[in-house]
Design a protein. Sequence first.
Length: 195
Amino acid sequence: MSIRQLVKVRGGAAAAIAVVFALTLAGCGGSGDDGKQKDPKQPSAPQSAAAGAPTPSKGQTSEPAEVIATLNGEAGMALAINSVRRDPGGFLTVNGQIKNTGSQSYKDTVAWRGIELKGTGESVAGATLVDKVGKKRYYVLRDTEARCLCTTGVSSVDAGQVIPFFAQFPAPPVSTSEVEFSLPTFATATVKISG
């Protein structure tokens, strides 16, 4: 193989790697800020507890104003859904807060993981969306290392504690305007999609 052919092969491989890397980054979604300045008082997108995000303490009142659905769960647990939005990358993100309105710490979070990710630690990867019109169920997205794109690191919820919640799903067709959301141990709710 001549040096010229070797350079072409290596250059083609580098280009292929660059394309794969760009597609991987595009699949992870953008920052969504469109170059706008962020208000320092406004929190950015939800972060997972495993990534070092601060977990709100007992009695903290950082609740968003709008609650589009409340799902009641076991032992005084409640999940308030604040938004179900389509993202530009073809995703659907559910945001909300898990609240312990009971008087005791809730430690039975294992069911929230779902059956697919039992070995990956605490998460809310068991959440699902159902498009009844399209007759399709959607599961929480995973990254290339099989980690869910959702809230992680929740092993217990103390009495009065509020924890930010998010889960990202593949987006249903644009014609779908509402989906049924469920998380194990909580009731199911039909929620409207915005965006």
